[in-house]
Each structure stands twice: as structure tokens, then as C-alpha cells.
Design a protein around this ligand. Structure first.
Ligand code: SF4
Length: 319
């Protein structure tokens, strides 16, 4: 895929405002962050026609994606391949993580039509591997667990052969809610640890490193056939030795798959980047993780939980 100056291509700028806003263009991101990204972090513009098709389909179903909400740098590539990660439970989150671009506001009531709309969008995109995440809904007694179940069941009914990966909140340690969702037996249960414990109070205020580890262990205890997955971002000020300790903790809690990517500051309001790790350091961490015995370690500057998730799952399963 080649880098394309957006202005040199004829397209409906108004219709693309959202897509551009979320970072398909690295110049836009660099401008927003007022800092120069290293060469290895140049994003690739997507193929406009395919991106437009994905965008139109998602708009038609009123779908919220983490691709847009998180300003994911991979949106050009993923949407060009008709891949997106659904974000359910609304656009407002009850947490206020220092790295995350999702807005912190009082959430609205859950939309009962959302599970069906997500299923329809996944079906129309022809997904073989469906990744679903959500905002935190600490305002709800069940944390949104039953909405999750309805969404997973709707996707399964629409796409019986598709694999399903879910990326959930920590349920505030309410393990009954975890059990409600785990009982749907997704192929992969993902919960991101995000960073090293020493940075939690800045990066994930209101969350707990120990609680997230416990969640991952409890999923495995619930059903060892469910693959567990977790990810962390680098560049927030952690030491490499701390990252290795996190990998050891994840392994000790039965995690199967790990993702490691570069933190990119979504806006100047968010935590600054302390370090841009070169690809060679990501490679070193991948090797360390593989030696620890994880079934899959994806480590690279652009790696996100859902980036190439289907391919990674198939490879790990020897499919
Ligand atoms: S990596 Fe995930 S969040 Fe980012 S654009 Fe791709 S599917 Fe969306």
C-alpha cells in the first residue's frame, strides 16, 4: 500500500470528515500532536473506495467503532479490507483513562437495537472473525453484561461460522457479570492490561492491575477452552524490565495471546509519549514473550488488540 497525499485524490471531503479525523492521515496526526513521528510510524492511507464502502455500511447500521473512537492509526488498512472493531454500549465511557480518546460522560441508556445492528453489519462486511469491545458501563448494575450476551448471540445467529473475540471491561470485579459473558463462550476473551502497574494511577485511574489479572485467570478457570488475550502499550514511561514482569504475570495467569504496540497520543489532552520504541525493540519483546510460552505474541509499533486478530488467531491455532 502506498502513501497517498489525501488532497491529491478526488473525494467528498465532507463525507470523509470523520475518517480523516480519526487518523488515516499521519500528517493530520502529527499536526494534532505537534510532534514529529519517527519514520517507522508513518501510517498508510487506505484505498478510498473500499474505505468508503466500509464507512457507508457502518453508518447505515449506526455502528460505533473503536477504530474511529480511538483514532486508530490502522484504520486505512483495516477499513480497506472491510475489517472494523465494533464498540457497543454507546459512545460515552464511565472511566477516564489517560490514553483513551473515548469521551467520559454520563452514558445514555443502552440501545436495545444495537445487538442486531452489530450482527447485520458484521454479516454485510462478510466478517469471518468478529471483534467486539465496549465502553465501561459502571453505571449499570450488570455493567452491560446482558447487552454483551445479546450482541454475541445476535452475531452468532447471523454468522454461525465466524469466530468471535470479545474485549471487555473489568466488571469492577463483579465476577457474576464476568460469568454471564464468559458463559457465551467466545473463541477469544480479551482484556487489556494496558500498562505496567507503576503507571496505573495515571494511565488507568479507577482500574486495578491485580483485578485485571484476576479477570484473565477467572476466564481460564471458567472454561479452559476459551483463549485468553491481553495487550499493553509501550511509550508511557515504563521500563523494559517492568514490561517483562507484566508478561510474566500474564503468563502466570494463563493468558494465551499477547499484543504489544506503541502508544500514540490521540490529542494534546492525553498523556504524552515518553518514548517511541523502534521496531527492533518490539521484536526483542516478541522473542521474550515467545520464549515464555505464549501461543501468540504480536509485537510491533502498529499492533493493537484487534489488528490482524483473525490472522493471529488462525496462526496460533495452526489453521
Ligand atoms: S486495528 Fe482494530 S481498532 Fe484499529 S482500525 Fe483495525 S480493526 Fe479498527
Amino acid at each position: 500500500m502506498q502513501l497517498i497525499p489525501l488532497d491529491s485524490v478526488g473525494f467528498d471531503r465532507e463525507a470523509w470528515t470523520d475518517t480523516l479525523r480519526v487518523g488515516a492521515n499521519d500528517a493530520h496526526r502529527a499536526l494534532q500532536n505537534a510532534e514529529k513521528l519517527p519514520d517507522w510510524l508513518k501510517t498508510k492511507a487506505g484505498k478510498f473506495r473500499q474505505m468508503a464502502d466500509t464507512d457507508a455500511l457502518l453508518r447505515e447500521q449506526g455502528i460505533v467503532t473503536v477504530c474511529q473512537e480511538a483514532r486508530c492509526p490502522n484504520i486505512g488498512e483495516c477499513w480497506s479490507h472491510s475489517t472494523a472493531t465494533f464498540m457497543i454500549g454507546g459512545e460515552n465511557c464511565t472511566r477516564n483513562c489517560g490514553f483513551c480518546n473515548v469521551s467520559t460522560q454520563k452514558p445514555l441508556a443502552l440501545d436495545a437495537t444495537e445487538p442486531q445492528r452489530v450482527a447485520l453489519a458484521a454479516q454485510k462486511l462478510g466478517l469471518k472473525y468478529v471483534v467486539i469491545t465496549s465502553v465501561d458501563r459502571d453505571d449499570l448494575a450488570d455493567g452491560g453484561a446482558n447487552h454483551w450476551v445479546q450482541t454475541i448471540e445476535s452475531v452468532r445467529a447471523a454468522l454461525p461460522d465466524a469466530k468471535i473475540e470479545i474485549l471487555t471491561p473489568d466488571w469492577r470485579g463483579n465476577w457474576d457479570n464476568l460469568a454471564i459473558v464468559a458463559a457465551t463462550r467466545p473463541d477469544v476473551y480479551n482484556h487489556n492490561i494496558e500498562t505496567v502497574p507503576s503507571l496505573y494511577k495515571w494511565v488507568r485511574p479507577g482500574s486495578s492491575y491485580a483485578r485485571s489479572l484476576e479477570l484473565l485467570r477467572r476466564v481460564k478457570d471458567f472454561d479452559s477452552n476459551i483463549k485468553t488475550k491481553s495487550g499493553l502499550m509501550l511509550g508511557l514511561g515504563e521500563e523494559t524490565a517492568e514490561v517483562i514482569c507484566v508478561l510474566e504475570d500474564l503468563k502466570a495467569h494463563g493468558v494465551d495471546f499477547v499484543t504489544i504496540g506503541q502508544y500514540l497520543r490521540p490529542t494534546p489532552r492525553h498523556l504524552p509519549v515518553k518514548k517511541y520504541y523502534p521496531p527492533s525493540e518490539f521484536d526483542e519483546l516478541r522473542v521474550i514473550g515467545e520464549k515464555m510460552g505464549f501461543a501468540m505474541v504480536a509485537s510491533g509499533p502498529f499492533v493493537r488488540s484487534s489488528y490482524h486478530a483473525g490472522e493471529d488467531f488462525s496462526r496460533a491455532q495452526g489453521l
